[in-house]
Design a protein around this ligand. Structure first.
Ligand code: FE2
Length: 213
């Protein structure tokens, strides 16, 4: 499997390319506002872009969609309730194929009500649901409850060696694993929703005390 993490500008955004080595069929996840690096890689590697997949409908993740779609003919795929223009409406459990590679969709609401994560083998694209050592921004109401459930009932149930590829470079390293997040992520270590919310409410103070950037 061809896999590439790309620094996509914006707010330390990450974009990703996954491709099947035989058919060269590829997907770009969350193209940056100017998807030049993605296009360069597609050309250089002789890839055929089938899908542009957005982890959620925020402009720093979707801004390059139309440019990339126009230049490649790829279909834009997002969760079914997303408001941005898309060709394929995804639901929890859906699978898209790139040759023999299965891209499995996990509906993970919280940061937004259209957030998804996508698993390809051991590689999990987590968008703004899970970062290295952090979690996606929410308010303190039902959105936070949904995020807590998405994290604990879906993502943390995956095998510990599943690799975590976040939507932003907000952590001490650019990727992680489910096992490491279970051990180190202060939000995941909170074992009740009440203490998860308490950390969200006091995050600035927690960061200051623990020297987190
Ligand atoms: Fe976002």
């Amino acid at each position: 499997m061809f896999f590439k993490q790309i620094r996509a500008g914006g707010d330390r955004n990450f974009s990703y390319i996954i491709a099947d080595e035989v058919t060269r069929h590829a997907a770009v996840f969350d193209p940056g506002l100017t998807p030049k690096d993605e296009l360069d890689i597609i050309l250089r590697e002789g890839l055929s872009l089938k899908y542009i997949i957005n982890t959620h409908d925020h402009f720093d993740h979707t801004g390059g969609n139309s440019t990339l779609a126009q230049k490649t003919g790829a279909k834009i795929a997002m969760y079914e309730s997303s408001h941005s223009k898309h060709d394929i409406s995804l639901k929890d459990g859906d699978i898209l194929y790139l040759g023999v590679i299965e891209l499995q969709v996990f509906f993970t609401p919280g940061h937004t009500n259209d957030s998804i994560c996508v698993l390809a083998g051991k590689e999990l694209i987590t968008g703004d649901t899970l970062f290295v050592g952090k979690v996606g921004g929410t308010g303190f109401g039902n959105d936070a409850r949904q995020e807590y459930d998405s994290l604990h009932n879906k993502l943390m149930k995956l095998p510990p060696d599943t690799r975590v590829w976040p939507g932003h470079d907000y952590g001490v390293r650019s990727s992680s694993t489910i096992g490491d997040e279970l051990k180190e992520n202060p939000f995941i270590l909170r074992d009740s929703f009440e203490s998860f919310i308490e950390l969200k409410q006091n995050w600035a103070e927690f960061k200051r005390i623990h020297g987190i950037a």
